[in-house]
Design a protein around this ligand. Sequence first.
Ligand SMILES: Nc1nc2c(c(=O)[nH]1)N[C@H]1C(S)=C(S)[C@@H](COP(=O)(O)OP(=O)(O)OC[C@H]3O[C@@H](n4cnc5c(=O)[nH]c(N)nc54)[C@H](O)[C@@H]3O)O[C@H]1N2
Ligand SMILES: Nc1nc2c(c(=O)[nH]1)N[C@H]1C(S)=C(S)[C@@H](COP(=O)(O)OP(=O)(O)OC[C@H]3O[C@@H](n4cnc5c(=O)[nH]c(N)nc54)[C@H](O)[C@@H]3O)O[C@H]1N2
Ligand code: SF4
Ligand SMILES: [Mo]
Length: 734
Amino acid sequence: MLFGRGKKKTIQIADKKVVNWTYTTCGYCSTGCSIEVGTNAEGKTVASRGVGGADVNRGKLCVKGIFEHEIFDAEGRGDQPLIRDNIHQGYETTGWDDALDTMGEKIRQIQQKYGRDAFAIVSTGQLLTEEFYTLGKLTRAVIGTNNYDGNTTLCMASAVSGYKRSFGSDGPPGNYEDFEHTECLMAWGSNLPEQHPVIYWRLQEAREKRDFPLIVVDPRVTMLAQNADIHLAITPGTDVVLQNAMMYVILDENLEDRDYIEANCVGFEQLEQEVQKYDPASASKICGIDEDTIRNVARIYAKAGSAMSIWTMGINQSTHGSDGVVGINNLNLVTGNIGKEGGTSLSITGQCNAMGTREWSSCSGLPGYRVLEKPEERQEIAEFWGVDPEFFPKSRGLTETDIFPAIETGQIKGLWLIATNPMTSMANTERMRKIMEKLEFLVVQDSYADVETTQYAHLFLPAATWAEKEGTFTNTERRVNIVRQVTDAPGDSKSDLWIFNQVAKRFENGKKVKFPEAPADVFEEMRVLSKGRLVDISGMDHDKIEENRGIQWPYTQEQAEKGEQPPQGGKRLYTEPGTFRYADGRAKLIPLPFIDNNEVPDEQFPLWLNSGRLVEHFHTRTKTGKVGNNNKYSPIPFMELNPDAAIEMGISQGEYVRCVSRRGDAVVMAMLTQRVPKNMVFIPFHYHDCVNRLTLGLLDPHSRQPAFKQSAVRIETLENQEEAAQLSMERRAF
Ligand SMILES: Nc1nc2c(c(=O)[nH]1)N[C@H]1C(S)=C(S)[C@@H](COP(=O)(O)OP(=O)(O)OC[C@H]3O[C@@H](n4cnc5c(=O)[nH]c(N)nc54)[C@H](O)[C@@H]3O)O[C@H]1N2
Ligand SMILES: Nc1nc2c(c(=O)[nH]1)N[C@H]1C(S)=C(S)[C@@H](COP(=O)(O)OP(=O)(O)OC[C@H]3O[C@@H](n4cnc5c(=O)[nH]c(N)nc54)[C@H](O)[C@@H]3O)O[C@H]1N2
Ligand code: SF4
Ligand SMILES: [Mo]
């Protein structure tokens, strides 16, 4: 018998000859999976596996984590500092001493000539928290520029801003366990199965055990939308209108939780007044969701015993990003869904340590969610670091998206980019190119020498990446987990922590301020500074974090001293009335007038351009573009195009076309799919010289985050397909 039991072939898993497994935390997305990397007898990393006892992933990994051991010796790594006088000549290799002396000298020259803030620093969400804290200290206490920010302005800034406006502080109040309790989940602009596959698995597992409605708001039929009970294909950029209309229905039908509002909120009357303008019939004309569906969704959400919202870039990357977050918070506050099991506003964060930078990098202020605007917080940190508090600015400087225009206009002359690749990831890259060429001095500190941005640098500093170093990450649910060192960095590349410490030595203040060398000693400084703060990690240390496969903050010294096992970090924030972070302990309900300021399709540019990500790739592909098992799924820059639109335009599957906006053009392969509506195309932003040549990137007024997902384009067919294929691939960089 062909399929007889005895004949069945067992699957053979290739023996990778692993002699040692090292515990670490995944370095791609903010899910925060615990991962073990296997090394063979020669010390080469040969395998990755999920950690069974870890609460986050319970043994699972996604297609990026499974091949993560391959990134260490992938092509294009930097292994020596590179230097040149001007960007029109080739680089020469140099030693660290020379590289860092030059860097110190150039920064000083620029600051002396043009002022302290004429040198800017832009970092990332992908360093270790100990590195973020050290960079913050270096920037605030030693170099002293206020033009310091991270790529998180492209990513989480709207969530941060929205949390601050509603609750008085940043910090996601919920966790993944809330999926197991909620009676209704609304996902706004989040493609969880592709972008946070393991969080999605946690959600699905909860739904299999106990069904509850899943409502997805996304203009595309994403994988999440396909699995939803209700899919709301919203008109891009109009989520706030839908939120206001839901609020209208809730208040009109008395579905709000009066007791909760009275005990916890201010601003109800102003909100009620504004919402009157958004009756479902009028709102539906703007947001594209019919009025009955708006009513239905509002009732399901408000009547559920507990309801939660998750969201990602479909909300944050919009000119109404911060308002969209406040709108979600408004809905949850009015229905009493904050700080309770299954009732929360949970921003799904992006990069592996987007949370760590928010907490400790001092980008938007001072460490431990302190702000520059409060004299007592400046005083406290100045004393701790041993500097004059007058050295600190008294309010926050420019964000990343304002730093680049300030280079364009000549206020900023020098820039240090750390673990970010804006020549691919910023909107309107043609403008970016001109901006970069204006810099008198650009330092790029990256693990890969072949990143596009290096083409504009005067100095390239090769950095170790991920598990070539040691320290902590914080994930979406405030869980601090540890990255242990698995292998050595290639050649003469060094950890970012080492680089920051060496840069400090090139400045007068840097000789006075203490810069510990060991990551555990840096953690100790953060631990002390966190005492009594919202982000209290004073009960943690590196070993304890590893033993427990991560601990959620807050976790205080007092809790640790009580010795409970396993340590129960803070599962939720704001569980008690009066604990919101405004002085009166109350949350703010904020009215959200909608101003339609997006670039919208018109006769000349008739299609919406939407952009985002794919499961197999991470960002600008510096890592996944070189891992065969990831890259093979989508090596070619492409565009999702609706088949009916394609018929009308005479475009067939696999044909190369030119996509044109007011900013520039991109040559991409047309992939026909019903995932996008007829009036929209979607292009992943993973490829160089591709979608961000087209994007406008209008900024949110509160968070300064760009609207990467709302631009207008037209499509032109191309006669010479061979030439087009070549152009598309050449631009792709690698
Ligand atoms: N595989 C993989 N995973 C990743 C990353 C990666 O590069 N690759 N990056 C990580 C990072 S840094 C981030 S920030 C996250 C991002 O994670 P997500 O935000 O989930 O991913 P995106 O694809 O950017 O966008 C999500 C959805 O927003 C929708 N959208 C567009 N416009 C609107 C709108 O106006 N309203 C609404 N409601 N939705 C809209 C898009 O159609 C898209 O499906 O992923 C993280 N995880
Ligand atoms: N059109 C469009 N554009 C977008 C988005 C979108 O949805 N659409 N999303 C935006 C979002 S949410 C984000 S987060 C940004 C991401 O944009 P970027 O930050 O520019 O993207 P990455 O490719 O992650 O860049 C990180 C760089 O750090 C390097 N690196 C990795 N590890 C280390 C390390 O340990 N040390 C150092 N020094 N370097 C390291 C990598 O090689 C890489 O070059 O893109 C934004 N741009
Ligand atoms: S879900 Fe995110 S953290 Fe988990 S393995 Fe995949 S990329 Fe890594
Ligand atoms: Mo992001």
